[in-house]
Design a protein around this ligand. Structure first.
Ligand SMILES: [Zn+2]
Length: 116
């Protein structure tokens, strides 16, 4: 199993557990994750890590993991052109500059979760 996704998912579960405790929630039904394409975490590996780690968590026995992949959005520092790009083409299509600022796509966070 990929160690990166494993540790990411441990952190996700820690965050959800902490919040559920504060809210008095004892059954989590769904966890929604936003995973940027630059976050280096692969959804299938995240799902595997989740199914392994949630086995030991009474809170998560009925929890479904929902992963929302987030596209990479960059803005060119040369010409201001803004676009969604693939992972390996960090070149501005407006002017050819490689001086790009990443606006979106590095994020990996718990979007929300549902429970009672
Ligand atoms: Zn440009």
């Amino acid at each position: 199993m990929a160690m990166h996704e494993f540790s990411v998912m441990q952190e996700v579960i820690r965050v959800v557990k902490e919040s559920a405790q504060d809210e008095g929630i004892d059954t989590v039904e769904k966890i929604k994750l936003t995973v940027g394409e630059l976050s280096c975490a692969h959804p299938p590996a995240l799902e595997t890590a989740f199914s392994v780690l949630s086995q030991d968590e009474p809170l998560l026995q009925h929890a479904q993991l929902e992963i929302c992949q987030q596209q990479v959005v960059v803005r060119c520092r040369e010409c201001g052109h803004r676009e969604e790009i693939g992972e390996y083409e960090f070149i501005c299509r407006g002017c050819g500059s490689a001086d790009l600022e990443v606006l979106q796509g590095e994020q990996l966070s718990v979007d929300e979760y549902e429970g009672h």
